[in-house]
Structure formats: structure tokens, C-alpha cells
Design a protein around this ligand. Structure first.
Ligand code: ZN
Length: 68
């Protein structure tokens, strides 16, 4: 039996990540958070419509008002 480490190397093929523009900011009105050129989202992490599994339940209205 030959045990080869075939898993290594996978995921390293991307040398040039696709960029989405240099000076993009969050699409939310009044928010000027700069977006990474490699971030394909239109909003910053605070205004992203997608939910974050790790923090599910934390981003309630009460939480937002407390951290506004
Ligand atoms: Zn934002």
C-alpha cells in the first residue's frame, strides 16, 4: 500500500484571484466601508444580506441598535 499525500497542493492553483475593482465601497447609503477588490459582494460585512452561520442570532435588531 502506498500512502501518497495527494491532498496537498489542492487549492493552491489560484495564483491570480479575480479582482472586482479597486475603489468600491459598501452599497448601503451612508456607509463608506471600503470593499476588498477580491470581495465580490456589494456590501460590507455589516450590511451584507447573507447571514453569517457562526453569528446567527446575534444580528438581531436589538443587537444592531446596541452596536449602532
Ligand atoms: Zn456597509
Amino acid at each position: 500500500m502506498q500512502a501518497t499525500m495527494r491532498a496537498t497542493g489542492v487549492g493552491r492553483a489560484r495564483r491570480r484571484p479575480r479582482s472586482y475593482g479597486e475603489d468600491r465601497v459598501c452599497a448601503t447609503d451612508g456607509c463608506r466601508v471600503r470593499l476588498s477588490r477580491y470581495n465580490k459582494a456589494d456590501h460590507c460585512f455589516q450590511h451584507a444580506p447573507a447571514s453569517f452561520p457562526r453569528l446567527r442570532g446575534e444580528f438581531s435588531d436589538a443587537w444592531a441598535s446596541r452596536h449602532a
